[in-house]
Design a protein around this ligand. Structure first.
Ligand code: AMP
Length: 465
């Protein structure tokens, strides 16, 4: 099957070619004709399946086929509204819209909270066909009468399950009430909880249902290994592996910006070409580092989870978790950076005793154990005991089982008593079950409900709009 056979127009096919895609992914093959036909859609698809292009490509086609919508003053007003749960996803989707629509005359914009309203208002004034937004900021604009929704003929809810997890259901219902009744609705969700089904029932009209094989990118296509190692020997081990195995284009993940900076510096100190990207770096510095990394000039790129969300690189050979994420879903996102679209990938995690609880949560989430592999000369000391881990201002773990996260400014415990779980050991303990692991200080919008996806409804810092 080709993209051309799906009926997409030349400028879109050209852009797809420039992205390097040759064949539609399964969700694209099914969704593109359905969206072009104009009906509603209910799609079960996870990140990594090509779901963004699955709705973006046909919507661009349809928009460019028709005349722009204008208000009484002649301004172009949006016809497509894409709602997403987080800023990062909003930025990513908007970037895809720009990439795929680069040979079309359509205008798009991204709208999320935490940044000034004015640039968004200016963009709306200049005229926009497609808005990609988080619900809160979108409602703010509507409330201030800066956003005209009267011409919206297509609504996309992307990662709807995450939106519900994050407590956006009321916002979504408010938005629905503001939109013209006659419209096309596309709902994308990785999971189908009762809540999603209820939403689908009220939102969708005789939808086509598409379910692509649950491409559990993490569990199936990526080779995963854990190298147990002592807490203080990770850097040495990483440098050893990079040299020994001649690694290039390695994306290394850290939990914190500070850690990312320090590691990149230390690697440079050892003569390994490394740079860090994270939220505190200027856009210019990030773009430069990324370009060097993509072109193969930069050997190692050290990134935080949030910074990495914006990176769109296909088929990285290798992802290294220098630190395991405390939010297990982040592990899946991280390793989804390698082995994309069917290519083989490898994910290696350097795990010390402090992180075994994170490892167990990850294994629970992906539904299987990850192979342990000791590297000769770097075996962890079986006597080493778990210590608390700091994530921003929160401290996780340590000796007080069941205590959950603590603020770093609270007195620290002695750490590690009674856990007795050395890094080489087996998993399966569940002594920490039910502990909160939130690393942000914002109240959850759903008051703690909505843990419908099992392990961790925890969200990361400031990602909601
Ligand atoms: P998504 O599931 O939308 O997050 O997309 C996952 C990744 O797959 C993105 O990096 C896309 O650039 C890439 N991608 C999307 N469609 C295709 C395709 N047909 N062939 C190869 N890569 C694709």
């Amino acid at each position: 099957m080709t993209f051309a056979s799906l009926g997409l127009s030349e400028p879109i096919l050209l852009a797809i070619g420039e992205q390097g895609y040759s064949t539609p992914t399964p969700i694209q093959a099914q969704a593109i004709p359905a969206v072009l036909a104009g009906g509603d859609l209910l799609a079960a698809a996870q990140t990594g399946t090509g779901k963004t292009a699955a709705f973006t490509l046909p919507l661009l086609h349809r928009l460019s086929d028709a005349q722009p919508a204008r208000n009484a003053r002649g301004q172009v007003i949006p016809r497509v509204l894409v709602l997403v749960p987080t800023r990062e996803l909003a930025a990513q989707v908007a970037e895809n819209v720009r990439d795929y629509g680069k040979h079309l005359k359509l205008r798009s914009m991204v709208m999320y909270g935490g940044v000034g309203m004015q640039p968004q208002i200016d963009a709306l004034r200049r005229g926009v066909d497609i808005v990609v937004a988080t619900p809160g900021r979108m409602l703010d604009h509507h409330g201030q009468r800066t956003l005209d929704l009267s011409a919206i003929d297509t609504l996309v809810l992307d990662e709807a399950d995450r939106m519900l997890d994050m407590g956006f259901i009321h916002d979504i219902r408010k938005v629905l009430a503001l939109l013209p009744r006659k419209r096309q609705n596309l709902l994308f969700s990785a999971t189908f909880s009762d809540e999603i089904k209820a939403l689908a029932n009220t939102l969708l009209n005789q939808p086509k249902v598409i379910e692509v094989a649950r491409r559990n990118t993490a569990a199936t296509t990526v080779r995963q290994t854990v190298h147990p190692v002592g807490r203080d020997r990770k850097r040495e081990l990483l440098a050893h592996l990079i040299r020994e195995r001649n690694w290039w284009q390695v994306l290394v993940f850290m939990r914190t910006k500070h850690g990312a900076n320090r590691l990149a510096e230390q690697l440079r100190g050892e003569g390994i070409g490394a740079d860090a990207i994270h939220g505190n770096k200027s856009q210019g510095a990030r773009t430069r580092a990324l370009a060097e990394f993509k072109s193969g000039k930069l050997q190692v790129l050290v990134a935080t989870d949030i910074a990495a969300r914006g990176i769109d690189i296909d088929q990285l050979p290798l992802v290294v978790n220098y630190e395991l994420p405390n939010v297990p879903e982040d592990y899946v996102h991280r390793i989804g950076r390698t082995g994309r679209a069917g290519a083989e990938g490898e994910a290696i995690s350097l795990v010390c005793v402090d992180e075994l609880r994170f490892l167990r949560d990850i294994e629970n989430l992906i539904g299987r154990g990850i192979d342990r592999n000791l590297v000769a000369g770097f075996e962890p000391d079986p006597q080493e005991r778990a210590q608390p881990i700091r994530v921003g201002r929160t401290v996780i773990g340590g000796g007080r089982a069941g205590s959950g996260p603590r603020r770093a400014d609270a007195p620290r415990g002695q750490g590690g008593h009674g856990r007795g779980d050395a890094a080489g050991g087996h998993h399966g303990h569940n002594g920490h079950a039910g502990q909160g692991r939130r690393n942000d200080s914002q109240p959850r919008r759903d008051g703690g409900r909505g843990a419908s996806r099992g392990a961790a409804p925890a969200r990361r810092n400031g990602t909601t709009g």
